[in-house]
Design a protein around this ligand. Structure first.
Ligand code: ARG
Length: 466
């Protein structure tokens, strides 16, 4: 407390202790330190290249900053709340370490373009990590899909057994969701990877800076084109969080299925002891906590998105202090999504599907009723009549508690005389899935092709994206 502030020149009274607490962000923005230091080194190198500071100044700035980075990483750096944020903590430490040269680092920049730069560097790195995690999870799903290409389970609409599908097809549906997530993140990365440095506080700077050089040093693909926008724009954070929210909703939907499937009533899946917990009172229980927690955590990420949208809603140009509030929701979103993707990747390879049970439930659910209707249509019965006839057959099966393939031919012929022995090919689950033999269909043959195609997309990533 009562630490001299870098901006205190025009102030007569020192900051109230409540104000220090209120305005401090170092408790959470400290995690930008590596990006802050990298950006400062790039900025200082540019200043020296442009003759704004000397080479000697740059050398000692760089050395000082790297020492500070090491101190932070071995936990000997003292963060001070009175110095507000990560930026001023590091700058103050630099000045006390190297003196005069340290005071020159902030020439031609402001914390406004500094924090915007740090946030972009941070998010670019975390996004790349998320994309790697997505790829890993997709690999796991595709392997499972191949393994379960022939497995049959009931497909549901309205949570009612609808038509038989293959489990591989179902798993590849999850993969499609994640594939879109990956593509969205990659598109968003292009808009993240723009350098705001040089925008300074809001209007740019009168120093002869070289913005392209700083951008290049930091791996940015270009420089921002309007200083007012650059210091105030948080679209890239909103956009990322929106995509993260969609990704979390996908994980939540998968989770919901895993919760249902692992219940006694379904009995489709065993998620593995390592990823379940027991009950302190009911010894028989094995709870699908990964799925439940993920489903729950999807809510907080949607909340983060809402916080960020509301944060920006009323802001005039250019930078406003409100923007400091962008960090906690973003960090929370990054941490949550990374954690969920990580545990899904760890859990999925060990998941055991109960193929017999899935098959039995598909048989019981009359899920080949549509195939019977289609069969009748092929025998020249109009579809609406066929639908009516099959409805009656299903009614009979329910009454007699039999599966459709177990109804005798003579009995079936009571409902419609065109039915012949070949009807059993379509009443059979395997016949039903094999018949869905087109791109995007559930036939095992198509599932294997789709899995190979999906894997090809993953393998192309290594060369094309970060
Ligand atoms: N900690 C601030 C933030 O996160 C840094 C920028 C502060 N700029 C200022 N002029 N007060 O946005």
């Amino acid at each position: 407390m009562n630490q001299k502030k870098p901006w205190s020149g025009r102030f007569l009274k020192s900051t109230h202790h409540l104000m220090e607490q209120f305005s401090a962000s170092v408790g959470f923005d400290y995690r930008l330190y590596r990006h802050d230091i990298a950006a400062s080194i790039a900025h200082a190198r540019m200043l020296s290249r442009q003759g704004i500071i000397t080479q000697m100044d740059f050398d000692s700035i760089e050395k000082g900053l790297l020492e500070i980075q090491a101190e932070i990483e071995n936990n000997t750096f003292e963060w001070r709340e009175a110095l507000e944020d990560v930026h001023m903590n590091i700058e103050a430490a630099l000045i006390s370490k190297i003196g005069e040269a340290g005071k020159k680092l902030h020439s031609g920049r402001s914390r406004n373009d500094q924090v915007a730069t740090d946030m972009r560097l941070f998010l670019r790195q975390e996004l790349d990590e998320i994309c790697l995690q997505l790829t890993e999870l997709q690999h796991a799903l595709i392997s499972l899909a191949e393994q379960e290409a022939e497995t049959i389970l009931p497909g549901y609409t309205h949570m009612q057994a609808a038509q038989p599908v293959t489990l591989g097809h179902h798993i590849l549906a999850w993969n499609e969701m994640l594939q879109r997530d990956f593509e969205r993140f990659q598109q968003c990365r292009q808009r993240i990877n723009i350098c705001p440095l040089g925008s300074a506080a809001l209007a740019g700077t009168s120093y002869p800076i070289d913005r392209e050089m700083t951008a290049r040093e930091l791996g940015f693909e270009g420089v921002s084109l309007n200083s007012l926008d650059a210091v105030s724009d948080r679209d890239f954070i909103i956009e990322f969080t929106a995509h993260a929210a969609v990704a979390m909703i996908h994980l939540s939907r998968v989770s919901e299925e895993l919760v249902l499937w692992s219940s006694d009533a379904f009995g489709f899946v065993d998620l593995g002891d390592q990823f379940c917990t027991g009950s302190s009172i009911m010894p028989q229980k094995k709870n699908p906590d990964v799925a439940e927690l993920t489903r729950g955590k999807s809510g907080r990420v949607c909340g983060d998105l809402m916080s960020l949208l509301m944060l920006m809603k009323g802001q005039p140009l250019a930078y406003n202090r409100d923007n400091q509030e962008d960090k906690e929701p973003l960090f929370d979103t990054v941490d949550t999504l990374q954690m969920c993707l990580g545990i899904f990747s760890a859990m999925f390879p060990g998941v055991k599907f109960n193929r017999d049970r899935m098959n039995a439930v598909a048989e019981k659910g009359y899920s080949t009723a549509t195939d019977l209707a289609d069969y009748l249509v092929r025998k020249n019965i109009p579809f609406r009549d066929a639908h009516e006839i099959v409805g009656k057959v299903v009614g009979y099966a329910v009454e007699q508690s039999v599966a459709l393939p177990d109804i005798a031919l003579s009995q079936l012929q009571n409902y419609c005389s065109v039915i012949e022995q070949d009807v059993y090919d379509v009443l059979d689950l395997r016949g039903s899935v094999n018949a869905r033999d087109h791109v995007g269909g559930t036939a095992p043959k198509r599932v294997k092709q789709a899995a190979a195609g999906a894997r090809k997309l993953l393998n192309a990533r290594n060369s094309s994206s970060g």
